[in-house]
Design a protein around this ligand. Structure first.
Ligand code: DC
Length: 220
């Protein structure tokens, strides 16, 4: 097994994983893997090629050759900047369908593991601690109430000038949670050995500081 340390941060959508994982990575000087972005990229790539979000063989083929690049906070599909395009509600829905296909998950395994490079990696997603990096040094399961998560997503969208209503976002989050939790492959659940962190009344800074403390304290 690799000696490069991994901090696995799993949890439901809009739990704050992205912001928290980025902060932890920055504080420790580690690399960062946003695994959800890979599923979102496969969904977007498929839409661009007119492939149905249920066509497992074709989607797995896209996942294997996915021409994606991460540059700082920007994400590219071939030469196109798709940082915002992968996060639309439509593509979020398609990504959650794509992520339920075992062939796609298998096809993305090696790519996710290739992000494990010195001095360390902060990996965020749904199955980082359970399947992709089962030997992670520290596993965290980040949660927040559906209301708090809907509120955060609402603020993010508003900042970007995208129209949304809280009620619709809450409903959408609940549906996506249900799909992520009940799917047969790699369902969202707290893995044994993961520390729960409820961020309902915490800022991203506080949550990140707690994770860095756990990591540095060896208090695991
Ligand atoms: O974290 P996110 O919302 O960007 O993830 C997008 C979709 O991909 C979401 O439906 C859950 C799924 N996903 C997954 O199944 N496994 C991961 N490791 C990360 C995301």
């Amino acid at each position: 097994m690799s000696a490069v340390p991994v901090i696995a941060i799993d949890g439901p959508s809009a739990s704050g994983k992205g912001t928290v994982a980025q902060r932890v990575a920055k504080t420790l000087g580690f690399h960062h893997l946003d695994s959800g972005a890979l599923y979102r990229l496969v969904a977007l790539g498929a839409a661009r090629e007119g492939i149905d979000a249920g066509d497992e063989a074709k989607l797995a083929a896209i996942a294997v050759r996915l021409p994606a690049r991460f540059e700082g906070e920007e994400i590219f599909l071939e030469a196109e900047r798709v940082t915002d395009a992968i996060r639309t509600e439509e593509n979020s829905f398609a990504a959650s369908r794509v992520a339920a296909l075992p062939g796609v998950r298998r096809a993305l395994l090696d790519r996710q593991r290739s992000f494990r490079r010195p001095p360390g990696l902060v990996a965020e997603g749904r199955d980082m601690g359970s399947i992709v990096f089962p030997d992670a040094e520290l596993k965290v399961f980040l949660t927040a109430s559906p209301e708090a998560r809907a509120e955060r997503r609402y603020k993010q969208l508003k900042e970007k000038g995208i129209a949304a209503t809280l009620a619709a976002l809450l409903q959408d989050l609940r549906e996506r949670d249900a799909r992520d939790v009940t799917r047969s492959v790699a369902p969202l659940k707290q893995s044994p050995g993961a520390r729960p962190l409820d961020t309902t009344s915490m800022s991203a800074e506080q949550a990140a500081a707690q994770i860095v403390d756990w990591y540095r304290g060896g208090n695991r």
